[in-house]
Design a protein around this ligand. Structure first.
Ligand SMILES: [Zn+2]
Length: 509
């Protein structure tokens, strides 16, 4: 006989692989636990310690895919995005960032402008992804019954939302401490009444008060403001789970290992709250190509969803997050091989879904409601090639490939403009050896005359075929450009090509 108490943390990682997609495994567990007809609450939470990046997005993407799976199984569900801005600002970060000067050890939400900006940017990104509903306001707030809710913990704590549960935890501190193997006074941290910092030591926990000493301002006092008494991370999580009725939560695998929050809190649910721990969805790391460690938003690095959306449609991004098992790590990057491989894999996936492959069709149903137009789009490699040879002219390439490819051409152009290797940048130090015949272009072309042509027109070693250049600029303009170089050392066509790469800037001039 194995009692639940003896089951190790490893069962957090168990999955039934017979489902056509992992999201259905978790969805099925939730339906079995709660029965049909009850709205399942899935939380995705993160603290705005820095710009949210593609690593943070995995948390929300997992929540969204399970939400979609539940919906497709006929179960009502709600995504609750919690911005954990009642977490303290690390003093080391406050020391590094001028905007946080003086805010060390205070809650993230206290640096209001910065916190609002970070959260709003993420909400705007989730709206463009089609994940946060369009009717939500800039802060992600929706009517109370909407299937999307956004919570700001700084605001909720200070409004006293959780004081009943906080008091209950204070009263139960002795038992909670025993269950967690920690001294009761370490289970809470008070934001100092006087200076607002969490640099306090608890001297005595009462039922409705805490006596503390503050290392920052020297306060030695008793507070009755329970809203300032924040439970330590693991307890804080169980408190909010209890208050909101959270049924499911994705969590990075580092929060699921032995001794981690998800492992340690199991006993709290079992012995103290007498409730199920939510269904945990452990997920692996998202690494960025070319970087070894975890992506860090607080150090300002990391690709963001906006970076991805500039160069690929939301469905392709969801495909990248939905394709690997949630337990696996994966890499993301926007270098040429990665970028082209994402599109190739996506096109193969669409073709399989179209052909009725079950797993592909199921994933397709999770990432979009749209039917497939049944049109295979040109591969990304081809689109990029055409943009290069058409001197980055989006309209021309769209005219060649047809209107169905318009979005793909735009994305390819955006990728070239910000990441791609471009022939126009491969400038040569050498001056053209000699000149092209005056007044006309040579009758016969060879490697040498081509090289001279590119060096003359663009200052580059290579470029598109003459046929394309003639199509784009016209023969007269080519001849005029050859003369402009001969007479004034000018390269007017180079400027035109560069303008195509920065059409927005050209418009603004
Ligand atoms: Zn203080």
């Amino acid at each position: 006989m194995t009692s639940t108490a003896e089951v190790g943390y490893a069962d957090l990682f168990k999955q039934d692989r017979s489902h056509p997609h992992w999201a259905y495994d978790y969805a099925q567990r939730l339906i079995e636990r709660h029965g049909p007809g009850r709205r399942v609450v899935i939380q995705t939470s993160m603290s705005p310690s820095g710009r949210f990046h593609v690593g943070n997005f995995r948390d929300t993407a997992c929540a969204y895919l399970i939400h979609r799976a539940l919906r497709r199984l006929g179960q009502d569900s709600l995504i609750l995005l919690s911005f954990d801005d009642y977490d303290p600002i690390r003093p080391s970060q406050a020391a590094r960032q001028p905007e946080l000067a003086g805010y060390g050890a205070r809650p993230l939400g206290a640096a209001t402008e910065r916190s609002t900006r970070i959260c709003r940017r993420y909400i705007a990104e989730l709206k463009r992804m089609g994940i946060c509903p369009a009717e939500a306001d800039a802060d992600g707030r929706t009517p109370a019954d909407a299937a999307w809710q956004t919570h700001y913990q700084h605001e909720r704590y200070l409004a006293g939302t959780y004081v009943l549960l906080q008091s209950r935890y204070l009263r139960g501190a002795g038992k909670l401490g025993k269950l967690l193997g920690q001294a009761p006074e370490h289970l809470f941290s008070v934001y100092c009444e006087q200076c607002g910092r969490g640099t306090t030591r608890n001297l005595e926990l009462g039922r409705d008060r805490v006596r503390y000493a503050c290392d920052s301002c020297g306060a030695l006092t008793t507070t009755r403001r329970i809203e300032l008494v924040k439970p330590a991370w693991a307890l804080d999580w169980t408190l909010r789970v209890t208050h909101e009725g959270i049924d499911c939560e994705p969590a990075g695998q580092d929060h699921c290992s032995a001794g981690s929050t998800m492992d340690r809190t199991r006993v709290i649910y079992r012995e103290y709250l007498r409730a199920h721990q939510p269904v945990i969805v452990p997920y692996g790391l998202v690494r960025q190509s070319g970087e070894r460690g975890k992506i860090s938003g607080s150090r300002g690095g990391g690709l963001t969803l906006s970076d991805l959306m500039r160069v690929m449609p939301p469905q392709l991004i969801l495909f990248l997050y939905g394709r690997p098992n949630c337990l696996s790590d994966f890499r993301i990057g926007l270098d040429f091989p990665a970028f082209v491989s994402y599109y190739d894999a996506y096109d193969r996936f669409l073709a399989k879904a179209r052909a009725g492959d079950r797993r592909a069709a199921v994933l397709h149903g999770l990432i979009t409601d749209e039917g497939d137009e049944n049109v295979a789009l040109p591969g990304m490699r081809r689109v990029l090639g055409l943009l290069q040879s058409c001197c980055y002219d989006v309209e021309r390439v769209t005219a060649i490939l047809g209107p169905a490819a318009a979005e793909r051409v735009r994305h390819a152009h955006a990728w070239l403009a910000s990441h791609g290797p471009r022939w126009i940048d491969r400038t040569a130090a050498a001056a053209p050896e000699g000149l092209l015949p005056d007044g006309d272009l040579p009758e016969r072309w060879d490697r040498g005359s081509y090289r001279t042509l590119y060096l003359t027109l663009f200052g580059t070693e290579s470029g598109p075929p003459l046929r394309r250049l003639t199509e784009i600029f016209g023969r007269d303009a080519l001849v005029a450009a050859v003369r402009a170089y001969r007479d004034h050392g000018e390269r007017p066509l180079r400027a035109r090509v560069l303008a195509q790469l920065r059409p927005d800037e050209a418009d603004a001039c």
